[in-house]
Design a protein around this ligand. Structure first.
Ligand SMILES: *Cc1c(COP(=O)(O)O)cnc(C)c1O
Length: 428
């Protein structure tokens, strides 16, 4: 069995393959720790499934109003128990992560309330939700004001400013775990816990929401274990395990989550309606697989960081840092290098491997975005994908991989394309 040969047939030259193997040889211990984390989180999910007596009856399709949908209710219990919250809203009717966040915010903020982001600007698409960039139906249009405290130059929380920013108007505090399209570090659950404790120390009744996108199952604890009233995420990222074809979740206190359900469906209806349309097997099985899928994605991120770091690129996080999400940013320094990197990821895909990614004006983003994805689920970023806005510092954000082997191939191919374009020279 010649691994090098199969990689060659996939387009990876022996030089790039050998460079990759040399990098990997130094990562065995890191990978072992990741496997242990997956084992722990697998236990958490299994325990919740067993406690809630998941059975074949939970997989039945419902249509129409979807009243008395046992499978839907049980899945929400499984999420709530896994993330240690009172309640959960897990629905295919939540169309994406931005939608889940918009529901959570608009359900828990009323005219005259203020939303505070104490840890810098929010994810690009939330700018329109909040009204930082004008959009019809933004929170701003409904009379919800917004205030932001930027991070300190070293990436830490600016506690004195945060103290000043929390006023009698402050109703909800939003914290984003993952860096998104920024080059700040992602926050650990412990850091988020400290920030929540500080804010609640000043205002005990403030609601704290954590945008948990890309963070699920990376650590043993989730932000809901350290004081968040709501955690919110997308099912085409970590918790869908690659199998969920659509959906989002909001887990948190009964009070917050039931308001979210009224916002999502209608006042008076709440969580009682919402047919599952036959999607529950994928949602259950995806959640079951999520801890191991996240582990594969993490290995890919760490491999990419170490590979590109050795070649002199700035990578965030660094090759040796602890991980708090599955995203790896690589600052490539030019649009050409971004395109080559993304072409490599695309060429490694099981689906659409023959197409070339080109930049486009994606709704919700203020610069052109290049995106490489050859996914079974459109736009799924728990599947191997790379993307980034075409603007300085020309960073690509690399994430996902349903299996570690696929992530590995994608990274090797990204390097192959950079070498072929003459943008990178491997050390002799
Ligand atoms: C992906 C993401 C979102 C938005 O999710 P979509 O499913 O793309 O709408 C929000 N916040 C963060 C941190 C994300 O990574």
């Amino acid at each position: 069995m010649e691994l090098e040969q199969i990689y060659q047939s996939l387009g990876v030259s022996p030089q790039v393959y050998q460079f990759g193997e040399a990098t990997l040889a130094r990562l065995r211990q890191r990978f072992e720790a990741i496997d242990q984390m997956a084992e722990y989180n697998q236990g958490k999910v299994l325990h919740a499934m067993q406690e809630n007596k998941v059975s074949a009856a939970c997989f039945a399709a419902t249509t129409g109003y979807g009243y008395d949908d046992v499978g839907r209710e049980r899945l929400e219990k499984v999420y709530a128990d896994t993330f240690h919250t009172e309640a959960a809203l897990v629905r295919p009717q939540i169309t994406c992560g931005t939608h889940a966040l918009a529901v959570a915010l608009s359900a828990n903020l009323l005219p005259g309330d203020e939303l505070l982001s104490p840890a810098g600007g929010p994810y690009d698409t939330l700018e329109e939700v909040i009204g930082i960039r004008e959009s019809p139906c933004s929170l701003k249009e409904y009379g919800v004001s917004y205030r932001q405290v930027d991070l300190l130059p070293d990436g830490g929380f600016d506690y004195p400013r945060i103290r000043e920013a929390i006023t009698e108007k402050t109703k909800l505090i939003t914290i984003q775990r993952s860096k998104g399209y920024a080059t700040r570090p992602s926050f650990s659950v412990a850091q988020i816990g400290a920030l929540i404790a500080f804010c609640k120390g000043i205002k005990p009744d403030v609601t704290v929401m954590v945008d948990n996108c890309y963070g699920e199952f990376v650590e043993a604890l989730e932000p809901s274990d350290v004081g968040a009233d709501m955690i919110v995420g997308s099912l085409i990222k970590n918790p869908g395990g690659g199998l969920a074809p659509i959906g989002g979740y909001i887990c948190g206190t009964e009070k917050c989550v039931s308001r979210c359900a009224y916002r999502l469906s209608a006042p008076g209806l709440g969580q009682e309606v919402g047919a599952n349309l036959g999607l529950l097997p994928a949602l259950y099985q995806g959640f079951f697989l999520a801890p191991t899928v996240v582990a594969g994605a993490l290995k890919g991120a760490i491999f990419a960081a170490n590979l590109y770091e050795q070649l002199g690129y700035r990578v965030i996080p660094t090759g040796s840092e602890d991980r708090h999400d599955i995203i790896q940013a690589v600052e490539l320094g030019s649009a050409d290098a971004m395109l080559a990197f993304c072409a490599g990821i695309q060429a490694a895909a099981p689906v659409d491997s023959y197409v070339t990614p080109v930049p486009w004006a994606m709704p919700g983003y203020d610069a052109e975005v290049v995106m490489a994805a050859g996914a079974f689920v459109q736009g799924s970023s728990i599947e191997l994908s790379a993307d980034g806005p075409i603007r300085p510092p020309y960073a690509v954000y690399f994430q996902g991989g349903l299996t570690w082997y696929h992530a590995k191939l994608g990274i090797l191919m990204s390097l192959e394309k950079l070498v072929q374009a003459g943008l990178v020279q491997l050390p002799a």
